[in-house]
Each structure stands twice: as C-alpha cells, then as structure tokens.
Design a protein around this ligand. Structure first.
Ligand code: SAM
Ligand code: DTB
Ligand code: SF4
Length: 311
C-alpha cells in the first residue's frame, strides 16, 4: 500500500541533520535497488525552439528574445542514427523531446514511427511533447511508447511565477491521461529557480500523492540559459540539492530518481553524494536538449572511480 505523505511529515525528514537524512534515504535505496547500478537514458531533441509557452527557465521558448534558433522536426533517419548510437553506448532508453505546447496530428504520426524505430533497436522509448488529449495518449500507447515525460517542475504556488501560459492543473490533466492509458510516467522538476526549500518539499509531496508514483522522477538543476528570465538566478545550495534527492528517494521508494540536467556544473563529490542519497539514473551524452551535459568521457571516469555500473 502506498503511504500518504503530508507536507509536515516530509519537512520533518528534510530538516533532520544531513547525516541522519542521508542514512535514512540510503537505507530505503539499498532495500529496493542495487545501489551500485545506474539506469542510463540518452536524449534527442526532435524539434528545437520556437515554443509558444513562456517557461522562464527554457531556452526553447519563442517568447524569450534571443533564445535558440528554431528548427524543423527531425527526420526518421536522425532518430535511427540516435537509436543506433544509444544502443552502442549501452543506454537502456532514448528520450525524444519536442519544444511544443502540444503536438499536431501530422506530428503524432511521425512520433509513432519514431517510437517504433527506437523499439526496433531494443531500447525503451520515452517522449516529451507537451500537453496531450486522451486520443493522442492512446495513439502513443498503441505505437508501443514506454514512458511519457511531463514535469510538474516545482510547487503549485511557485509554478505561477515560472509559467503564465498554462497552469499546474493543465500538467496534472495530461499526467492523468498518460496514467489511464497505461504508459509509464516520467515526472519531476527543476531545483534552483529561486524557489524555497518549502517549494521543493511541496513538489515532492505532490508527486508522492499522485494516484500512483511516477516510475521515473527527473530532478534537474537549473541550467541558467542565456536570454531567459532566469539567466541570473543565484546558484542554489549544494546540500539543499542533495537533501532534496534524499527526500525524493524516501517519498518515492521504488521510482528511478534521475540526476538530470545540471551535472556539468556539479563537482564529482556532489554527484557521488546524490548517488549515495538514492539517485539511480542519469542522462548520458555530451548534449541535453540545447545545453551541454557532463561529457561521456567524464562520466566513464566518474563511474569507474565510484564503482558504478550501467544497468
Ligand atoms: N515541451 C515539453 C514540456 O514542457 O513538457 C518538453 C520539453 S522540456 C524542454 C523538458 C524538461 O526539461 C522541462 O520540463 C524541464 O524540467 C527541463 N528543462 C528545460 N530547460 C531547463 C533548464 N534550463 N535547466 C534545467 N532543466 C530544464
Ligand atoms: C527532463 O526532466 N530533463 C531533460 C528531459 N526531461 C527532457 C531535459 C533537460 C533539458 C536541459 C536544458 C536544455 O538542454 O535546454
Ligand atoms: Fe515549451 Fe516545454 Fe520549453 Fe515550456 S519547457 S517553453 S512548454 S519546450
């Protein structure tokens, strides 16, 4: 039975001394997973830039002057090449991201073909396309989609300060369609957008109290992208980041918790503490969607030094 978490209970955990919180989180981690094995996903941007939404962190919003140059949707060959490469690099999942508020019908047909290509390489498929309706969700399920990524980003109240073109509730609605269609959910957020620890805790409380836990929970650290409203936000405290990962592990004991965007500005020691606290998944590859990732070479060195294996 899934445990119900209140904000107060979660905050009591978050406020424990650092060692006590990490010990608890690592105990939960070890009970449920091989704590030396990391799930590896790779990213492909299938439609860059030109998005109608105004998400303050995003380099792909057409509303931030000077953000990335928009490109057309990529062709199927680009997906084939990315899938081949992901397989060669021992990744288990390819995640395809599009800078859309929501996909059109011709987009949907192309996406279904892309999913089938990814599956034909023996990889798990994940897409993130913005808002979906029920019909679109069922179409993705029939194409064989494994995961849909749709993040809640932050607490409900802080969300309004970050995005004005859609609401937190809109995001929950798409998550409901995805869950009802039987597609696994990848849902997390971004830390370091100027929010308080209270918002970080509230975001995790929303995730743990969904009708079922998201199977995958990406925790991104803001990459302050040039020409976005968040470009100058001060760097968040590293210990608060690690504590949020630990809380995610305790509140979502069976979910994969992904140490997502922002690793290229984290020290090896900070990443190691996140892995100890229960992060068990990463994005691998030299680029994310538009930003730089920690290089694959650095990841190989880090994994060797920490005795971590790809799962
Ligand atoms: N348009 C879709 C949507 O909004 O759901 C998918 C694409 S969006 C780029 C995928 C996720 O990347 C976002 O939900 C956000 O969590 C993360 N992200 C985007 N820009 C980021 C940044 N500058 N730093 C950290 N994470 C970021
Ligand atoms: C997620 O939570 N993080 C990934 C993936 N889902 C699609 C994307 C990170 C994007 C980082 C900023 C960029 O590359 O523009
Ligand atoms: Fe568009 Fe998604 Fe970026 Fe928001 S996060 S601007 S919806 S691509």
């Amino acid at each position: 039975m899934k445990k119900t978490w209140t904000y107060d209970k979660a905050k009591t955990l978050f406020d424990l001394p650092f060692n006590d919180l990490l010990y608890k989180a690592h105990t939960v981690y070890r009970k449920n997973f091989n704590s030396n094995a990391i799930q590896i996903s790779t990213l492909l941007n299938i439609k860059k830039g030109g998005c109608s939404e105004d998400c303050a962190y995003c380099s792909q919003s057409a509303r931030h002057k000077g953000s990335v140059e928009p490109k057309r949707r990529v062709d199927l060959n680009t997906v084939r090449e990315a899938a081949k490469q992901a397989k060669l690099l021992n990744c288990s999942r390819l995640c395809m991201g599009a800078a859309w508020r929501s996909p059109t019908e011709p987009d949907m047909d192309a996406i279904c073909e892309m999913i089938q290509i990814v599956k034909s390489y023996g990889l798990e498929s994940c897409v993130t396309l913005g808002f979906l309706n029920e019909e679109q969700t069922n179409k993705l399920k029939n194409a064989g989609l494994d995961y849909y990524n749709h993040n809640i980003e932050t607490s409900p109240s802080y969300y309004e300060k970050i995005v004005t073109t859609h609401s937190f509730e809109d995001r929950l609605k798409t998550l409901e369609y995805v869950r009802n269609a039987g597609i696994k959910i990848c849902c997390g957020g971004i830390l370091g957008m100027g929010e308080a620890n209270e918002d970080r805790i509230r975001m995790l409380v929303v995730l743990t109290n969904l009708p079922s836990h998201p199977q995958s929970v990406p925790i991104n650290k803001l990459i302050p992208m040039p020409n976005t409203p968040l470009e100058m936000v001060p760097e968040m405290d590293a210990f608060d980041f690690i504590k949020t990962i630990a809380l995610a592990r305790i509140l979502l004991p069976l979910s994969d918790v992904r140490l997502s965007a922002g690793r290229s500005t984290m020290s090896d020691e900070m990443q190691a503490l996140c892995f100890f606290a229960g992060a068990n998944s990463i994005f691998y590859g030299d680029t994310l969607l538009t930003a730089k990732n920690q290089s694959m070479q650095q990841d190989e060195i880090l994994f060797n030094r920490l005795g971590l294996k790809k799962r």
